[in-house]
Design a protein around this ligand. Structure first.
Ligand SMILES: Nc1ncnc2c1ncn2[C@@H]1O[C@H](COP(=O)(O)OP(=O)(O)OP(=O)(O)O)[C@@H](O)[C@H]1O
Ligand SMILES: [Mg+2]
Length: 1026
């Protein structure tokens, strides 16, 4: 059978078991590993699976072409050494199933095609075996797939790790925390329909058995300005729309909400409340369910949603100016709802929204706000309420994720796996303070990435004892410093502007920036720019040349957002809130704290520094996400966009560092195992150290000294072409090996089959022979016994019946009886009868009688009246003549005839003369005269009364029976007879001598008619004298 292979989206080569059926067998899972190198053969079509194998590794075009080839084949993952590059496919590729998870479990990173699960599994195994904390850093710009990747990783761990002994629900909580956080912290932006508007670092704790036992989330700077304003085409946080779309009628009524986002000013700014790609109603259900999983009580849910609703109501609060231009709340209804939902005094809230409390020289002063200030205060309150609720939510989730077993000994031996999903680098038309923070964060992470990858690379070279060749790369430390340096950094300058007394504005901040940082290569302002670039910069803008590209920030709102001030009386009002969540979010101690809180930028900077420390303390793994197009469409590979990302993600540099002279490295064991078939000395197995085996192998392959280096545990190959040549040689060798193996296998296979068939045939034969033999033997034995019994019986046949002769006797009897059927006499005259055995003599006689009777009975039943008469006459004839007259025997076979003359032969006159006397018998006779014995032809008629002798028409003589005294015949064979007549009868002429041809018949009839049977004389040898 031809081996059919095909590539699936993981990049794995799979074998199609049956071309027409979808049943496919991943080679990686059935023992035949398709290693990364083997996919090199498909490199023309699908590119290389690891960029380090790119021949022209310095060429960005080659890099992008490789990405393109793979993307076209739905291969979204590619390595740069241990770093995973992922291109968002914007379509479900079905590559995250349980089967895929299983395929990537427990296998070496390089043995399977690139996949997120390969990273997940490698990280997990390192965590378990080395017991070192791990961190997966997922980076990329907005919409590149970071959050998706984080979710897949969590899913992988939740599904594949063993369940903890106690608290198995932690897996569900880890998974279910996502939809809740996304509802509150994600929103549709122009870049991404589910854009994370906060940074997230999540720790998953594993016990010593590798089961997830707890988790902890750190959140970073929620983009709270979105609560009150969204750019065109963007939305507020998902939760608002979800609540309005999915919330039950009763709930909405309680919260005083209408099921229409258009009714809420905070939701209409972006003018796209409804988006086809988002199903708010369904998402609501998911969130609602997730809230229960992460330990929210019904009351807590109600309190939380009250706050969400109150933000919407706040947005609808309107003000009108009174005569003194002071703002007055005009929307009483909204105020009423707010009062109820936030659990605050209506009048206090009204005052707080329209006045500002100032403390001057220990005295509190209330100063009314104008319309603009009131709107500002309202929005500030909405932002503060929402962002603090978000922080509370994260804490609440953390409480739910916290291991319940924190005191147990196993807790102390937990290891931690960190997942970092932070907002990606962002450039909009209009970039503000939020983008500044987000992009600064990305700078920091990029720096960490460079530092760590370089470091690990260097460490590997050192460990292997190979000279480290410095690599040129862009270090973005200079940009990080520009932002965060003390006194001279942008954040310091911004803080200074925020804190200094006097009239500080966004523009004064910009001026300060220009003054302090005059000639920095990465900063530009209208004033600092040259003639040409000045045109592209507004007066209120500054431009940073980030590692990821230029971003122009508008300074408007920088000071405000950095200060993040909430008027004191608004804070006081919220501190008095009876909503339990609000009272936790607004703490009274905040009011008495005289110290000015840290600015937002500084807080963010600190948290980032902390994050960097956290990440540095862990073993890092990287997933670099790339967004293929801005239209969020599958299959579109926007080269310009991708080139840009490749550049700023530093992937080329990463590749250069990785290659740092050597394109490929593998442990000696792995290398030898793969290529040993190329050298007769190492094939089929090498007995010595793998390192020596590899040395022999590469010498045989003709590697030149400059092409490779031998490290302590690995071989380093400088050029991909060397590896490719080896790989090609392996391919050729494989073909011949495959043919040999196939031939050997086929031979073996068919021989085995033949032997099996032969064995089976022999087995069947022997069984059959055995069966036949046994049957025959049994038959013989039976026959011998029967014969013996028979003979014994025969010997004892005359003895009285006993067990020994019983069989014989029975046999004789039965056989006599059975044979009798065939030997019965054939007719009543047949007297034959078989001789019966002595025991059956009587029975035989009875049977014989029966048989005879039966034959006779049958015979008699078959006799007709005529025949009966015939027989009776014959019997009479026999009685008279048998043994007495010589010609009697001749008469026996001739039948007697009723009459030998028909009435037509008898003269009517005679008939007339006889009158009513019937003629019983008539026969022609010859009469001899008593004198002279002259013969005369006459007819002899028998009537019931007399014998009549007729001559033609005349009755010549009538002898009444009474006168007939006797009849004489000779014993000879003549046919003469004499009728004796009484002499006294005068009428008679004396005895009559007659001759009949049928003398016996005639006489019998006469004797019967005349009743003279006993009166017939048979004279011996002579005629009687008359
Ligand atoms: N591996 C993937 N398979 C299929 N679709 C994906 C994948 N990764 C991302 N997507 C699609 O791209 C969208 C954006 O991805 P995601 O939300 O993860 O981006 P992000 O990098 O987190 O962006 P942001 O920085 O804005 O949060 C997802 O909603 C999903 O539709
Ligand atoms: Mg995201």
């Amino acid at each position: 059978m031809a081996l059919q292979v095909e590539l699936i989206p993981t990049g794995e080569i799979i074998r199609v078991v049956h071309p027409h059926r979808p049943c496919k067998l991943a080679l990686g899972s059935d023992g035949v590993r398709v290693t990364m190198e083997s996919a090199l053969t498909a490199r023309d079509r699908v590119g290389v699976q690891d960029f380090v194998l790119l021949e022209n590794f310095t060429s960005e075009a080659a890099f992008i072409e490789n990405l393109r080839r793979r993307f076209r084949e739905n291969l979204i993952y590619t390595y740069i050494g241990p770093v995973l590059v992922s291109v968002n496919p914007y379509r479900d590729l079905q590559i995250y199933s349980r089967q895929h998870m299983e395929r990537y479990r427990g296998v070496s990173f390089y043995e399977v095609p690139p996949h997120l699960f390969a990273v997940a599994d490698t990280v997990y195994r390192a965590l378990r075996t080395e017991r070192r904390d791990q961190a997966v850093m997922i980076s990329g710009e907005s919409g590149a797939g970071k959050t998706e990747a984080t979710k897949r990783l969590l899913q992988f761990y939740a599904e594949t790790c063993p369940a903890p002994e106690r608290g198995g629900a932690v897996r569900d909580r880890l998974l279910q925390s996502n939809p809740v956080l996304e509802a509150f912290g994600n929103a549709k932006t122009l870049r991404n329909d589910n854009s994370s508007r906060f940074g997230k670092y999540m720790d998953v704790q594993f016990d010593f058995k590798g089961a997830p036992v707890g988790g902890h989330i750190l959140s970073y700077l929620l983009e709270k300005s979105r609560v009150v304003h969204q750019n065109h085409g963007e939305r507020n946080f998902h939760i608002f729309y979800q609540l309005l779309e999915g919330g039950e009628e009763e709930m909405l009524r309680r919260l005083g909400l209408e099921r229409n986002p258009q009714s809420y000013l905070y939701l209409v700014k972006g003018q796209c409340a409804k988006v086809s790609s988002i199903n708010d109603k369904n998402d609501w259900k998911v969130v609602r369910k997730a809230l229960t999983v992460i330990d929210f009580t019904e009351d807590e849910v109600e309190d939380l949603l009250s706050i969400v609703a109150s933000v919407l109501h706040l947005g609808n609060i309107h003000f009108a100016a009174d005569e003194e231009s002071n703002a007055q709340v005009t929307t009483e209804n909204q105020l009423k709802y707010l009062t109820r939902l936030l659990g605050v005094e209506g009048s206090t809230l009204r005052e707080a929204l329209t006045h500002r409390k100032i403390i001057a020289k220990g005295e509190e002063l209330l100063s009314p706000l104008n319309l603009e200030q009131a709107a500002y205060a309202r929005d500030a309150l909405a932002k503060a309420v929402y962002s603090r609720t978000f922080t509370w939510l994260v804490e609440k989730i953390n409480r739910s994720l916290a291991s319940k077993d924190a005191d147990s000994p196993s807790w102390r031996s937990t290891t931690v796996l960190g997942l970092l999903d932070i907002y990606g680098f962002e450039v909009f038309q209009h970039n503000s303070f939020e983008q500044f923070c987000i992009n600064y964060c990305n700078e920091k992470l990029q720096q960490l990435f460079i530092e760590l990858t370089l470091k690990s690379e260097q460490e590997e070279y050192e460990a292997e004892g190979i000279a480290w060749e410095p690599v040129q790369y862009f270090n973005n430390k200079i940009i990080c410093d520009l932002v965060e340096e003390k006194f001279k950094g942008i954040i310091s300058i911004l803080d200074e502007e925020c804190l200094r007394p006097g009239e500080a504005t966004d523009l004064t901040f910009l001026e300060k920036l220009e003054d302090t940082i005059k000639h920095h290569p990465h900063l530009l302002t209208h004033k600092l720019a040259d003639q040409r670039t000045r045109k592209s910069l507004g007066r209120g803008e500054f431009r940073l040349l980030h590692y990821a590209g230029e971003v122009t920030y508008s300074v408007t709102g920088f000071l405000d957002k950095n200060n993040d001030l909430l008027f004191r009386n608004l804070k006081e009002t919220m501190c008095s809130s009876e909503n339990p969540i609000m009272s936790q979010c607004f703490d009274r101690s905040e009011l008495s704290d005289k110290k000015r809180p840290e600015t937002v930028a500084t807080q963010f900077k600190m948290s980032l520094l902390q994050l960097v420390e956290i990440l540095k303390s862990k073993e890092p793994a990287y997933v670099r996400c790339i967004k293929p197009n801005d239209a969020k469409q599958p299959g579109r590979f926007d080269e310009v966009l991708i080139r840009h990302q490749v550049k700023y993600l530093g992937l080329m540099e990463n590749l250069r560092v990785r290659r740092a002279g050597f394109a490929y490295r593998r442990k000696y064991e792995v290398f030898l195992q793969r290529y040993k078939s190329l050298c007769p000395e190492t094939w089929p197995s090498w007995a010595g150290r793998p390192q020596d085996g590899v040395a022999v192998l590469v010498r045989h392959l003709g590697y030149k000294p400059e092409e490779y280096k031998m490290g302590r545990t690995k071989i380093f190959i400088r050029f991909p072409k060397t590896l490719f040549a080896t790989e090609d040689a392996l391919e050729v060798r494989r073909q011949s090996l495959a043919t040999k193996i196939q031939a050997a296998w086929r031979g073996y296979h068919w021989r085995q089959k033949f032997l099996r068939v032969k064995q089976s045939a022999i087995c069947i034969q022997s069984w059959w022979r055995g069966t036949l033999g046994r049957r025959k033997a049994a038959k013989r034995k039976w026959a011998a016994q029967t014969i013996r019994r028979f003979i014994r019986g025969f010997i004892l046949r005359h003895a009285p019946r006993c067990p020994e002769n019983a069989f014989f006797l029975d046999h004789v009897r039965t056989s006599f009886l059975l044979n009798l059927r065939r030997q019965l006499p054939r007719n009543v005259l047949d007297t034959s009868w078989p001789t019966p055995p002595p025991a059956l003599r009587e029975a035989s006689e009875l049977l014989r009688e029966l048989c005879m009777k039966n034959m006779v009975w049958k015979y008699c039943r078959g006799i007709s009246p005529e025949w009966k008469q015939q027989l009776q006459q014959k019997a009479v004839a026999s009685e008279i003549f048998k043994g007495k007259k010589d010609n009697y025997p001749q008469s026996v076979p001739r039948l007697f005839i009723s009459t030998r003359l028909g009435t037509d032969e008898i003269s009517p006159k005679v008939l007339q003369a006889l009158g009513s006397e019937p003629i019983q018998y008539a026969v022609p006779v010859v009469k001899y005269d008593r004198k002279g014995y002259k013969p005369r032809s006459r007819q002899l008629l028998l009537t019931p009364n007399a014998v009549v002798i007729v001559e033609d028409a005349k009755v010549k003589q009538r002898i009444d029976y009474a006168n007939l005294t006797g009849i004489s015949v000779s014993s000879l064979s003549d046919s003469l007879f004499v009728l004796h007549v009484q002499r006294e009868d005068n009428k008679q002429k004396g005895d009559v001598v007659l001759q009949s041809d049928h003398v016996i018949e005639t006489l019998t009839k006469v004797a019967l008619s005349a009743d003279r049977v006993n009166n017939i004389n048979i004279n011996q040898g002579r005629w009687p004298h008359g």
